[in-house]
Design a protein around this ligand. Structure first.
Ligand code: AMP
Length: 573
């Protein structure tokens, strides 16, 4: 598509968004009506006595709030081959496997054509906003994306991750081609079953097309950090491949070998150039901007639990902007970034009012079970936090996604929300309550002590150890290099002090919770956790390091096997 046509398509996407957000309340009514008209005949909605009504009031009166546990039996029947209209009017084309790293185990969800269309809508929209601030020239994108294994359910449906379902759709490629830049890697690299071979070839293809690359992306910031950590390790081998035109013999998968070999030809000049750039870098600072001189930005989900990786990513990116991507889940899409210049720590998402029907449970005045009446999209208040409830075109009705958002403002009449954390308490031993966000704040505070020592925290997680009384919090850290005992002790004390939830502080003072323990693990331990999740079917693109490992003994064993140092807090002694 010529650039001028592409720009007008983009401007149209923004204009359409402006139109649907001008009266978001009306659009929400219409969206719910469409969802209920399409799915009104399903067993689920019929049983709830909706009797064809499509207005918000009847919907709220008849349909209960649910979690995944409540609808899992319905989904299981579809997985097992029942193709009657159980949850959706339109056929289910595939089953998506959510990453399982947020709630302990993967969940099955429905995937259908509507989700593909929603995905394209949100891709186009966020690209349009991005392109307005950071216009791209014709070129390519180095995208660290990975399809995961495609299995078959008992009922014959494809079972894979939501991102893979999207990559497999024909619309994905045509959308990428028309609005974004073509991926540097051939499809065989994206769909290679071996993650490490796939990653190596993504890097190699990125080098081959180095001057054409317009932006570098991955679904999550974590994948970008993993990619450039591998680059640090493998750069000489990659340069050798560029020089000789022969792919490293560690690429054993014949399909990916053939595909990459087709575009790989001896290029000593390019190899020399890359070598010289790498040698000129100081501790890999700015590697992205130096090797890919036409790259305009680095793009991916950098909010929520991914915020931790942005420090390392900034180091690799140099002065290139880090641009945040959309907010959604395997269940469905929610919001787009409309102000891509905002850095990850203050990024917000404008909720797309025609992509689903959204409700919000206020956290203020809420009891512990979240029993508080939800409000509608346009009834939320700036500064307040809410748990989001979604109703989608893919068979979810008043579904508690488990995410907590804060309203930061409005874009026309749709809320601009900041992702706060997952709802689940991750650290709780008795009356103490700490969420993912609380843990992140504590980690950020202690990281300042590390920075002062020029140390980097590569990854972290936590565990409420109640194996012996009194229970205590255990924080696992992987560092880029060894820290002095005194530094670790200060970090440990700092974390114990920074959990300021009254329940925790009270319990620590009375001894009902024991001293916080910092366990430092050897380098590579968190990689092993990633590999464990990949072996369970998670795709690298959807992987999020679990911030608490309570539910998974195998992960806890991996961590404990890697422990090289243990320190206990002296605070409250
Ligand atoms: P999954 O079901 O594996 O696709 O994971 C979806 C979850 O990832 C969401 O419910 C959020 O908790 C998190 N997530 C997705 N997009 C974002 C984002 N842009 N910022 C922060 N967290 C996100």
């Amino acid at each position: 598509m010529p650039e001028s046509d592409r720009d007008s398509v983009m401007e149209k996407a923004i204009q359409e968004f402006d139109e649907i957000t001008r009266d978001s309340s009306k659009v929400q009514r219409e969206t719910l009506k469409r969802i209920l008209e399409e799915n009104g005949e399903t067993e689920y909605l019929q049983n709830l006595g909706l009797k064809g009504r499509t207005d918000i009031e009847s919907y709220r009166a008849c349909v209960p709030l649910v979690t995944h546990k409540d609808i899992a039996p319905y989904i299981q029947r579809i997985v097992d081959g029942d193709n009657s209209k159980i949850l959706t009017g339109k056929p289910v084309t595939s089953i998506s496997l959510s990453s399982g790293t947020t709630q302990g185990k993967p969940k099955y969800l429905l995937f259908n054509e509507e989700l593909v269309l929603n995905t394209m809508e949100i891709y186009r929209l966020s690209y349009a906003f991005r392109n307005r601030e950071f216009p791209l020239e014709k070129g390519r994108a180095l995208q660290f994306i990975y399809g995961s294994k495609q299995l078959k359910t008992n009922g014959g449906l494809t079972l894979t991750t939501a991102t893979t379902n999207v990559y497999l759709s024909s619309q994905f490629k045509s959308t990428l081609k028309s609005i974004q830049s073509q991926c540097t890697s051939p499809d065989e690299v994206i769909f290679c079953p071996d993650f490490l071979q796939s990653l190596y070839c993504h890097l190699l293809c990125g080098l081959l097309y180095k001057d054409q690359v317009q932006f570098i992306s991955a679904t999550f910031a974590h994948s970008l950090v993993v990619a450039f950590q591998s680059f640090e390790k493998d750069y000489l081998e990659l340069i050798n491949d560029v020089r000789t035109g022969v792919l490293s013999n560690k690429i054993t998968n014949t399909i990916i070998r053939t595909a990459v070999s087709e575009i790989l030809h001896p290029n000593p000049e390019l190899a020399d150039e890359i070598f010289k750039i790498c040698k000129g870098l100081s501790n890999w600072y700015g590697v992205i901007q130096e090797i890919w001189p036409n790259c305009k930005y680095v793009y991916g989900i950098m909010t929520g639990t991914m915020e931790h990786y942005t420090r390392k990513l900034k180091h690799y990116a140099g002065t290139l902007p880090l641009v945040c991507s959309e907010y959604g889940s395997s269940e469905g899409w929610i919001g787009s970034v409309v102000d891509p210049k905002k850095p990850p720590e203050s990024a917000c998402f404008a909720i797309v009012p025609d992509i689903g029907f959204f409700e919000f449970i206020p956290l203020k005045n809420n009891d512990d079970d979240g029993n508080c009446e939800p409000v509608g999209l346009t009834e939320v208040q700036v500064g307040e936090e809410y748990e989001i409830i979604i109703t989608t075109f893919a068979g979810l009705y008043r579904y508690r996604l488990g995410d907590i958002l804060r309203v930061e403002g409005f874009y026309n009449s749709t809320p601009l929300v900041k992702f706060m954390c997952r709802k689940n308490l991750i650290l709780t031993i008795n009356i103490d309550k700490n969420t993912e966000k609380d843990l992140q704040l504590v980690i950020d505070e202690a990281s300042k002590l590390l920075s002062a020592e020029k140390l980097d925290l590569l990854d972290y997680t936590s565990y409420g150890d109640v194996s012996s009384g009194p229970g205590h919090y255990v924080i696992f850290w992987e560092l880029n290099s060894q820290a002095k005992d005194e530094v670790l002790q200060n970090c440990c004390d700092c974390m114990d002090r920074t959990f300021i939830d009254a329940g925790y502080m009270g319990s620590r003072k009375t001894g009902a919770i024991g001293p916080l323990e910092l366990r430092v693990v050897e380098k590579g331990t968190f990689r092993k956790i990633l590999y464990y999740y990949l072996s369970c079917g998670t795709s690298v693109g959807q992987f999020k390091t679990p911030r608490c490992v309570g539910a998974c003994k195998i992960v806890l064993d991996i961590l404990n096997e890697g422990v090289v140092e243990r320190v206990f807090s002296r605070v409250y002694d």
